[in-house]
Design a protein around this ligand. Structure first.
Ligand code: SF4
Length: 313
């Protein structure tokens, strides 16, 4: 499978089949917390990176192989809306299945009417908003030239006016960066302007390219929920558990997921063990096979080993 991965499990989207439309790493931002590593070269021009029929064919096969999907989620190796033709794909997927379609995006291209138009048929759209000021937007998201904070917010406001589906803003809360009362009040005022259906508060739990990225304290998380709740419904999603039991090929399933984001070794071991009850050797065999591909390595993050794609950190 070249474009689909999972299903992966999360509290917000249940069992979700991932669809990745981009070559790694293609993004208009270079976030300090990006789990894909640094953006070496900005991409801001939209393209049909891979033939849309080929992508659709693979989605069709993945749907047929996974009967219990909660969502089909466009997400992957960079900024999803850089793929020109995603609107066509969303429309075709909705002809294939009643499973709802979500799109995870940084939202930086929403200032373009054609980008907003391509998203109208999605059931849920999850754009990022990590800052309530130009200074913090520049510090955290490090956007390509021209992608200003105001342009980002205006794009989100315009999209909200046009879009009838569920708009869930994703806020990455970073300890010591955007978790002060001042930063949170600025963020709340922008969220009020956008008027999303919900805010999802997420945390930098995976390895990141920059040293300054750290988890906020429990007290700051509580304060963020309290301040942002004055303008929107806030949920603080807890991670789901990885479920590989429907994977036809274990190594392929695992490498497809680790290619898209770092995975905690413990989580991976448990997911593999759940597929082979009583077969203790299977877990270490899959780990050995992963190492043998030469594409992955283990790194330490907050005292926990994580599998990552080589060369991204
Ligand atoms: S928008 Fe997403 S993919 Fe792009 S740099 Fe930020 S976290 Fe990474």
């Amino acid at each position: 499978m070249k474009y689909t991965f999972g299903p992966v499990s999360s509290k917000r989207l249940g069992q979700s089949l991932g669809v990745d439309l981009l070559p790694p790493k293609s993004c208009s931002w270079n976030c300090v917390y990006c789990q894909l590593g640094k953006t070496r070269k900005f991409v801001t021009d939209r393209q049909e990176f891979f033939p849309r029929e080929e992508v659709l064919d693979e989605i069709r096969q993945a749907i047929a192989a996974n009967s219990a999907l909660d969502w089909i989620t466009f997400v992957g190796s960079g900024e999803t809306m850089l793929y020109k033709g995603i609107g066509w794909l969303i429309g075709e997927v909705k002809k294939l299945t009643i499973t709802p379609v979500a799109v995870i995006t940084n939202g930086s291209l929403f200032y373009l009417p054609e980008v907003r138009e391509e998203l109208l048929a999605a059931d849920a759209v999850l754009p990022s908003l990590n800052a309530g000021s130009e200074a913090l937007h520049t510090q955290i998201d490090r956007p390509a030239p021209g992608l200003t904070f105001r342009r980002h917010v205006d794009g989100l406001v315009a999209f909200r006016r046009e879009y009838k589906g569920r708009l869930w803003i994703e806020v990455m809360l970073l300890g010591g960066i955007n978790d002060s009362d001042e930063a949170l009040h600025e963020l709340a005022s922008v969220i009020k302007e956008i008027n999303p259906d919900m805010v999802h508060l997420v945390l930098p739990t995976r390895p990141a390219p920059e040293q300054e990225v750290r988890l906020p304290s429990e007290e700051r998380i509580e304060q963020a929920i309290a301040i942002l709740s004055t303008v929107a419904t806030v949920i603080h999603p807890v991670k789901g558990t990885m479920d590989l039991r429907s994977a036809p090929d274990m190594l392929e399933a695992v490498t497809a997921i680790v290619s898209r984001h770092p995975v905690q070794q413990l989580e991976l071991q448990k997911a593999i063990a759940d597929c082979f009850p009583g077969e203790k050797d299977k877990v270490s065999a899959v780990m050995q096979d992963m190492l043998a591909t030469g594409r992955f390595k283990l790194v330490d993050h907050d005292g926990e080993p994580y599998w990552v794609l080589k060369g991204i950190f």
